[in-house]
Design a protein around this ligand. Sequence first.
Ligand code: PLP
Ligand code: COI
Length: 350
Amino acid sequence: MSESNLKKKDLAWGSLGFDYIKTDYRFTATNRDGKWSDGELITDEIMRIHEGSPALHYAQQCFEGLKAQTAKDGSVLLFRPELNAERLHMTAERLMMPPVPRELFLKGVEETVRANYAWIPPYGSGASLYIRPLLIGVGENMGLRPAKEYDFRVIVSPVGPYYKGGGISLISLAVTEFDRAAPLGTGKFKAGANYAGGLLSTQTAKDMGANEALYLDSAQRKYLDEAGSANILLAMTGNRFVTPRSNAILPSVTRRSIMTLAKDELKMTIEERPVAIREEMAEIEEMAACGTAAVISPVGKIWIDGQWHLFYGNGEKVGPVMKRLYDSLTQIQKGEKADPFGWTTKVNIG
Ligand code: PLP
Ligand code: COI
């Protein structure tokens, strides 16, 4: 790699938000006549697509999200990228799109990260490089049918914390009048359409003074589903670590990893099951939202049925379970502690 590509950009790494920052390179591959191209790095951030593209009309579109971090020894680590490849595959099949082959997905991610080395936040800055792969249906079309052509792209942006406050700061969630996903709908897939439908809910939650919307199951509005951009974690009485099981939530890579840590390191009893929030509220000691962007964001309070319910420390303190899990997860992600599960992958910087 040339000297100029290795020299870090002059950014205020410590005060980055979760925003788009134009980096130097992006990866693009196309599916034409049913065949994927090899893909290549390009510099142009503007995509030119046909006005009839099904992605524009019928939301035949999906995406992924993962992060690259600089470790203490300067190496660049990805966190379980093969699970994102797998999830994009499942989402693509659900939306009748040709899955991006795993090798092409991983190549696109690695090449984009390597080419944008200068944009990867340094170790200790608290920031990371967010990686956003996306798959869209393009080409001339009018009727409701799958596209004949597809574009796969990987873009990256250096980011700070998703929620204001940064690091492990407390957030609040609000149950609004809107549902996110139908029981047999697309909630467990990373389809952009799920998020368009959630925008008003998020805004409503913000208007109530919360950071984000919290969704209940849409059939009965009884069980916890997830937050707008994260899964839910609960530390409950009796050393139980509970996460909602639902057919309508995204299978979070972060949540699956945290469940392993809670079992192996904290020796908690793990339960993945429907959580009847009103009936079980009194047994919840700590709540958190988790995801690639959210990491582990402890939830101090939730708004439901016209009132706030407070969790640990009157909703003003980070509880010990979520704090330990946050430390453990982020230390593995940054190569600060052993990675017994083989979750991190080193990017060859060349
Ligand atoms: N749930 C939703 C709706 C999300 O958008 C995300 C973010 O990707 C998550 C959960 C967390 O998933 P992951 O941990 O794989 O990032
Ligand atoms: C992620 O955490 O990767 C997501 O995709 C959430 C998104 C709403 C920022």
